[in-house]
Design a protein around this ligand. Structure first.
Ligand code: IPT
Length: 269
């Protein structure tokens, strides 16, 4: 018995943690996992991956690739004999998904910084190709607006540490007076810490940094990273449970929305 997992690049820490969890929990249920990783052309890649899995008689597929609702719906419509469960779509979309609430972690981080007295808050977002990056950015901006604030800067990276490093340097050149930066994932936050260290900017003395994901490494960053914790292990577990429980004739498959919470460590003050 086999489940398919179509995933975005496993060079990224969050999706690799999810893949490990999917495999572990599927194995506990005596299922094997066939993993198909796509990177460049998302749309063709998904189509090829699903066809490949179908040819191996897989009829349950977990899809951890950022997808706009319309395209996710098209995948479901084009593959009626396959049960698809999505991990990176708008949680409120109509497709069967297990995802994280994009607002709770973003709101609590803005509130926390505001209460510490920060008013010049910069944003380092993920790429426009990512649904979750856009939802995080939107929620940060709306929450700041609720406090009567505009972001001190908005810069976009591509999730990896190098792009976080480059983004931080860009902020230091263009709008150096921010006192805190909200970063859309921990890998980019690692790059930000590195850029600040290189410029002898003390963290959190001069600038606070908040990450997002709480991947295993983030408590070992220097300083230990304050971040929004996503329980990626739980997401993998819940995805396996939900896809094994549902038969694809189920009309009413309700999605699961998992909570996110702020974990305060030493990169903020
Ligand atoms: C999302 C991560 O937060 C981000 O760091 C990056 O790895 C991205 O995935 C890759 O697509 S988590 C996802 C389940 C929304």
């Amino acid at each position: 018995k086999t489940i398919g997992l179509v995933t975005t690049s496993l060079a990224l820490h969050a999706p690799s943690q999810v893949a490990a969890a999917v495999k572990r929990y599927a194995n506990l249920e005596n299922y094997q996992v066939l993993i198909s990783m796509i990177d460049e052309n998302v749309h063709n890649g998904i189509k090829d991956s699903i066809n490949e899995l179908k040819s191996q008689l897989v009829d349950k597929v977990i899809i951890n690739v950022p997808l706009e609702t319309e395209y996710a719906e098209k995948i479901v419509a084009d593959n009626t004999n396959v049960q698809c469960l999505f991990l990176d779509v708008d949680p409120y979309s109509s497709v069967f998904n297990v995802s994280f609430n994009p607002a709770d972690g973003t709101r609590s981080s803005v509130k926390y910084l505001y209460e510490l007295g920060h008013r010049e808050i910069a944003l380092l977002s993920g790429p426009d190709s990512s649904v979750s990056a856009k939802l995080r950015l939107k929620s940060w901006i709306e929450t700041l607006d609720g406090y009567g604030l505009q972001p001190a800067a908005v810069v976009k990276g591509n999730w990896d540490a190098q792009s976080g490093y480059a983004g931080a340097l860009q902020m230091l050149r263009s709008t150096p007076n921010f006192s805190a930066v909200l970063v859309a994932n921990d890998q980019m936050a690692l790059g930000v810490l590195s850029a600040f260290h290189q410029h002898q900017i003390s963290i959190p003395g001069e600038k606070s940094v908040i990450g997002y994901d709480d991947t295993y490494e983030s408590s070992f960053f220097h300083p230990a990273l304050t971040t929004v914790s996503l329980d990626l292990d739980l997401q993998g577990k819940e995805a396996v449970r939900r896809i094994l429980d549902s038969s694809h004739n189920d009309g009413e498959r309700s999605s699961s929305i998992l909570p996110a919470r702020l974990v305060i460590r030493n990169s903020t003050g």
